[in-house]
Ligand binder design. Structure first.
Ligand code: KIV
Length: 328
């Protein structure tokens, strides 16, 4: 494992973990359909064989394989938690995977965090697909999930399947996410029937913020039973996991213990099987008052402001570029 990488139950090459590795854990026919390696095409005389008498136990293992939805479900069954973050570009995707994040979400929060809108509503499929393609291409282990943006799945099951298919074919993601509980059961069923894994999203659903009357905790008091019904409905419809956003911790814990699919909390307390945050929030790139559920693990805003300020000063004073950064 590269030194900077955090050890991770799913992806560590030194153990078969949950995802295992290509040699030990994956039943997929390795190499089938993959580009032929030079060895495979070079002919018997030059093809290198495995070392005949074994080798040091520290010899590099086969690369770990991609985490699958079933790995995440198994993790829940075995009481292991996992982490998800948003990502919208190649650098963060590769870095987050290296740091041990098991699932990456190309959230429709790209509307706010990439395109500068005030809500998630304006972002389109055509705007999200290139971001999703960058994230999928930059990773080899994390499960990549793309949000279906507002307006791309509400009209009919057929519309939902067509949009999900675009994300799978054009972006190369491994699953899609959509917002809504029982009301979206037929969409979830239609998409999973087409062979595409679905992550559901219940509780506070930002695409419906106008209908919900603003950013409010969902499922308090009498509304708790409707939220439980939503959770049961999405699981029954075939979702492989469910995000719960701004849900009281006790209720989220109840849902988590009732469902066999993993719950992913964002403002839903510590009892969920996994957690998700928007990366610009958790890394402190976004400033200002953050939602209560956000924890800032770094202050990227200050780091970048200082770096850029120094660059500007050095350009103006002529310090940059130095002779060693110039050509004769
Ligand atoms: O769009 C998004 O980023 C999300 C998560 C934060 C759950 O839906």
């Amino acid at each position: 494992m590269p030194e900077a990488a955090h050890s991770n139950q799913f992806t560590s090459p030194s153990t078969t973990g949950i995802a295992g590795n290509a040699a030990a854990g994956d039943n997929a026919p390795a190499g089938l359909g993959a580009p032929a390696s030079p060895d495979a095409t070079a002919g018997a005389a030059s093809a290198e064989q495995p070392a005949p008498y074994g080798g040091p136990v520290s010899a590099p293992a086969a690369p770990p394989r991609r985490i699958r939805t079933l790995d995440l479900i198994k993790a829940k069954a075995e009481g292991r938690r996992w982490a998800m973050l948003t990502s919208y570009d190649q650098y963060t995707a590769a870095l987050f995977e290296q740091a041990g994040v098991e699932a990456l979400l190309i959230g429709d929060s790209a509307a706010n965090n990439v395109y500068g809108h005030t809500t998630t509503l304006p972002v389109t499929v055509d705007e999200l697909i290139p971001l999703a393609r960058a994230v999928a291409s930059a990773t080899s282990r994390a499960l990549i999930v793309a949000d279906l943006p507002f307006g791309s799945y509400e009209i009919s099951d057929e519309q939902a399947v067509a949009t999900a298919v675009r994300f799978m074919k054009e972006a190369g993601v491994h699953a899609v996410k959509l917002e809504g509980g029982a009301r979206m059961a037929s969409r979830i069923k239609a998409i999973t029937t087409a062979g595409i894994p679905v992550m559901a999203h219940i509780g506070f659903t930002p695409q419906a913020e106008h209908n919900l009357g603003g950013y409010k905790v969902q499922g308090r008091g009498d509304a708790g039973s409707a939220l439980l019904d939503d959770a049961r409905a999405v699981a029954e419809a075939g979702a492989f996991s469910v995000v719960m956003e701004m849900v009281p911790s006790g209720l989220a814990g109840q849902v988590t213990s009732e469902l066999t699919i993993p719950t992913v909390g964002i403002g839903a307390g510590a009892d969920c099987d996994a957690q998700v945050l928007v990366w610009q929030d958790m890394a402190g790139l976004r400033t200002g008052k953050a939602p209560r559920f956000v924890k800032r693990y770094a202050d990227l805003h200050s780091v970048l402001t200082e770096a850029v300020g120094t660059y500007v000063d050095e350009v103006k004073s002529g310090v940059f570029p130095e002779p060693e950064r110039s050509f004769d």
